[in-house]
Design a protein around this ligand. Sequence first.
Ligand SMILES: Nc1ncnc2c1ncn2[C@@H]1O[C@H](COP(=O)(O)OP(=O)(O)OP(=O)(O)O)[C@@H](O)[C@H]1O
Ligand SMILES: [Cu+]
Length: 856
Amino acid sequence: MPIHDPAPATEPQGLSSQQAAELLARDGPNQLPGSAPKSTLAIVREVLTEPMFLMLLAAGGIYLALGDKGEALFLLGFVFVVIGITLVQERRTQRALESLRALSAPRALVLRDGQERRIAGTEVVCGDLLVLHEGDRIAADARLLQGELEVDESLLTGESVPVAKLAGDAAKPDAGADLFASTVITRGRGLARVLATAGRTAVGRIGADLARAEAPPSPLQQRSRRLVRGLGALALALALAQVLLGWWWNGRPLLDSLLAGIALAMALLPEEIPVILTVFLALGAWRLTRLQVLTRCVTAVETLGAITVLAVDKTGTLTMNRMAVAELATPTGHWSAQDAQELPEDFHRLVEFGMLATPGDPFDPMEQAIQRFGHDWLRGTEHVHDGREPVFEYALSGEILAMTRVYASGAPDLHLLATKGAPEAVADLCHLDAPRLAAVRAQVDALAERGLRVLGVACGRWTGQPAQAWPPSQHDFDFEFLGLLALADPPRPEVPGAIAECRAAGVRVVMMTGDHPATARAIARQVGLSERPEVITGDEIGQLDDATLRERLRHVDLCARLKPEHKLRLVQLLHAGGEVVAMTGDGVNDAPALKAAHVGIAMGERGTDVAREAAALVLLQDSFAHIVAAVAQGRRIDDNLRKATRFVFAVHLPIVALALAPTLLHWPALLLPVHIVLMELLIDPACSIVFEAEPAADDLMQRPPRPVDDSPFALRALLPPLLQGAGIAALLLAAQAWLQAQGWSQAQGRTVVFGALLICVPLLILAQRNPARAVLHRGAAPNPWLRPMVAAVGLLLLAVLAIPGLRQLMGLAEVGWAGLAAGAAVLALCLLWLELLRLAFRSSASARRRPGYSAP
Ligand SMILES: Nc1ncnc2c1ncn2[C@@H]1O[C@H](COP(=O)(O)OP(=O)(O)OP(=O)(O)O)[C@@H](O)[C@H]1O
Ligand SMILES: [Cu+]
């Protein structure tokens, strides 16, 4: 093996875009079969098996049997309306989910026309050159041509130990250079040529189902399922009671009683609840994409609103990740780039070895900054060694925060070493004596205090037999300490505002960084993250037991020099302490912590595939402000979910009461199936469209996070709407009784009651909006769907009152001005009841409100 680097013959070009397009057309997209979107047919089939639909059919059938063709046609006509609404809703939801899936589909970095290009994984074709980095999921079967990799192939082999891959020949089969689609690179970089795509890959052949396993149901989903099951059973029992009571007790014909039972069951079935959940979360996720936040796990949308701790890394999230070397320090001197005209000779060796310790064409912005700096300030000197490749490399590891590159020299058994890394680690490698160590520490602190990221640089020589066995550790060399490179990375301008917003919202922000404590503290001060200067480091964390660490965590917002396993432990401890934790991360090693957090957030721009796949959310633009905006969006969705749930309960109670009470009171039937179907037709879109579009409350980010286990289905949450509904039911029943006593016909009474009930739908929508405002108050941010909803109710009412055929079909009668007056009076009383309830609950709520948020 030659010691001197064989210069690459030509720069690899990759395919041309035209070749790639032709190959794509010939071979088809690089996609494993499976996961096709739901077809219209499947949706229709789903609708056809829904209880609501079956009951509509049954009711229509009974009307036919009774010889009431008009009613039968009317109900069967609704069947189509119901299918239509469901289809539209499903399509909306599906579209939202599909656009998410398309965005989160795997991507690949390829060389095309000689340029690196990031394309969708499905567009990779045979012959493409893949540029591979640590943390990538390989897009297709390929052969490694350049570089060295370690790959996790557990997906194929079940073997969890990473496999080493060495560059091989593109033409010859070579097991050591073969890469397989869907396996993950855990270390290294490389260039590989694609050999097979789609179903022709190794995974494709074994038919592995890589579609992400469905996430387990969230607590909210579990609760809603339990509720739906309970209400369903109740509906069945009450409907049965209704039939039997009507038949035996009231002596009505069986078919009539059956109709009444079906009507009651329709009113009771809580089919809106699951619809609300799916629609709100799916559309919520879709709305988040507009904030450049991609949702990989839809239930995270709901958890976002309950976040109490936001654990963020520093570089790229709080800062711009736009690094530049700002200052240099050697044991004897200090240099600052500001106002400098030239770089004195004394600093040349420091910069030269800083560059030698860095790949020539680096991926890491920090390393790019070092190369850029060197090229700017050492231009024309003999210290720049472009194109010189090391013969061996020691990578950065958890144990030693430094990396060494080994170069061949002119002499056959002499090698030059260049090292850079965390200053402590480099000083340690150089075995500095106590006074020199103290001097370096003072220099590091002074630089870090200004928010700079500090790296130590050292050089070394090694005389030994090359290429046979390299010493196992960097500690086996002798190094000479050259000095410090200090890099500036300015804070993002939007971060201080976003952090203030978090504080107002009762969300604690904790910094978890791998950087030096003093740098962490300085950046935290610059962005206003914490007034508490205390920093806890990874080493300290390693020495504390869980109880002590949890106690410390209450008072410390800054965690520095963390390794990934520390991050995992911190997240778990916060979790165990009752916090709801969102955490950002980007590296391969961050994946476990991202999974452990309630909401793992991967940084899309610099994040690895592995981090993305472990996270629930992916930021398409790495900015802290987007996270905070997403939290606000999560809170809004949670609010609206609660409003819609309250509405469902409030509006169904009067319907149920008006269907059930007449049987118990020996009255003739008041609400018929047609009425109930008409009501349901209004309720469905009210839930899934009007409430979904409800704008955020003004105090959304000024109140503490909701408790995690605060269920929207708890009795405490449902008491106000149940009382609203009960009051309205009582008023409507009283109206019917009073009108009958005044000698109005049964149909006239029903007309007044049904008309009032219709108008109560928009009233009840308004009543769920903001308890701080009167029911009829116009909110500051209007809901675009409110007017159409009110108009629809008005038109419907007008139609059933004014069109004689329709009126007769619905069992209604002309009521005249007296009827209108009676209806208006009932509605006024309903409104009064809603207002009284609102005021009562508001004062009890403000008495109960917790005294502000106190940091745990
Ligand atoms: N390419 C590198 N070469 C040498 N040292 C490095 C390199 N990358 C990181 N280090 C050292 O390792 C330390 C930890 O790096 P790490 O990448 O874990 O930080 P981080 O978690 O990215 O920090 P942050 O939270 O700011 O994003 C750095 O402070 C630096 O001293
Ligand atoms: Cu309903």
